[in-house]
Design a protein around this ligand. Sequence first.
Ligand code: ADP
Ligand code: MG
Ligand code: ZN
Length: 591
Amino acid sequence: REKLRDAIQQRKSAHLAQRDWDKNDFPWSKELENIQKTVFKIPSLRAHQLPTMNAVLSGIDSILVMPTGGGKSLCFQLPALLSEGITLVVSPLVSLMEDQLMGLKARGIEAKMLCAASTKQEVNGVHSDMTNPKSGLKLLYVTPEKLAKSKRFMATLQKMHQLGRFSHLAIDEVHCCSQWGHDFRPDYKFLGIMRKMFPGTPILGLTATATSRVIQDVQKILDIKGCLVLKASFNRPNLFYEVRPKPSVQEECITQLHQLLEGEFKGQSGIIYTMTIKDAEELVPVLRSRQISVAPYHAQMEAQVRSKVHKKWVANEYQAVVATIAFGMGIDKPDVRFVIHHCISKSMENFYQESGRAGRDGKPAKCIVFWRFADLNRQSTMVFTEQTGLENLYGLISYCIDSHRCRRNIIAEHFDERWESADCRGMCDHCRTPRETKNLDTTKYGENVLLILTKAASMNERLTGQKLIDLFLGKGPTKLRIKEATQQGLPRERAENIVAFLLIDGFLKEDFHFTPYNTISYIVPGPKAEAGVPPSSLIVGGIKKLSNTSGSLFSPSEKTINTQLKLCASNSEEKVRHMKKVDIKSKKNKP
Ligand code: ADP
Ligand code: MG
Ligand code: ZN
């Protein structure tokens, strides 16, 4: 029955989507255009803005998915002015609300906000506005905490609704409802009661998070299954995507950064994202010692200092900020020419948001990720406690270790969009310099890794990723080495990518252990290995197609099944052959 209901909701959604929301002959169309031009001083609307506003004004529930900076706010601000009563806007951050209020006030629009810091007088003023038919208040911003925690506010809201003054409910950053998203906030769950509590008041959810899973989850939580979903494309054609192997020696990595900032990006503005505050603090002095003008930005700095760094960066007094993810919402510098990830983000979602701060002006900009296996463990030990933390991280890892597909394709797939390679127009490393690729049979590698894990387990040794890779390459403690399982001549980087692939393929898995000081990730057999199923095959990129083809980068020990392209790792189920099951289960839980 559940399935049937879902199918009906989907039909409803699809039906709504087919209606012509782009029309200009709604009863409000003339007035809408008038306010757009005279009050907001916006000469023309962007894609999806008009359809969203028409849907909102038609009184139906909808969700608008649009990349950051696309202009989502206008989609509830403008309809608010065309409607009787008040539009309630739920927003997660006071700073975001303040920004919007400033903009609205500058246009002479009556708007207020309520948050934990509101004075008694302000609160009383808002409450009387809500129920007073003579009040000209059009937009009221609140944090979700306010809704969830203030009974008085909810009571007044009910009164406002009874008086017919509750015109619309807009929920900004609506992905915060969902645990699948990248920014879950428990107080957003409370919004689930709004649909039933305020019948007749249309709900508009807004977000830049595009995965269909998150959107479906949001619909369920808000009780608006089958609502209209409007989705803008996430393709950012002016961004060039690239992944580089991160040197294992810190000094070499600095040299590469130095070369980028003093070479290709000389005189240009950018962001370097690090994983931890410590990384940011350490990177700044070494870059400065090379005469590169950078400053740190992270959550442990005082707000004043942070805002000074931000200002100086906007004024181009610093070439780059070396920042943690604290450098996020509200950053709106148009001419950011590069975003470098010194360490991988914790999900594709995060990566898209962070790298998306580049090239807001529409001019070309680069997004470079430095990828190394060691960073996988650093991130995984941080995120594994989140419900979908590992899954999200592995999504980004598959972007990093992919050695041939268009990076845009991979990002698009994540957002359930389809961008053809033609849409990339050479704006990613793999499209710019296509590689010869080979389909690597990982069955043997899988068997060898299991042999190593079994032997270690039998000696009561646990293996971290690094230790496993050492043994895989015939290094590390002699007593744990297995001659037959050693990969002669395999470059370490390739071995790391193979183990990373076996992890995201489910052949191996990470097993986390707490110590008093930190969390350690050990590698153990994953569900596939436990079931005796071999890993999927992996496509690896070799020499560049366009260069001299005499020598191959593929090492002789890498057995290839064919040189055909295309076959995706995850699609190779038909090739699954049952392999010798290695009995590890009984041993792995020993201390
Ligand atoms: P989002 O919430 O999608 O990240 P905002 O609503 O904050 O984006 O809008 C980003 C910027 O775009 C704002 O400065 C806004 O005034 C501007 N903007 C919105 N719509 C238009 C438009 N149709 N034309 C020009 N600028 C617009
Ligand atoms: Mg916004
Ligand atoms: Zn591409």
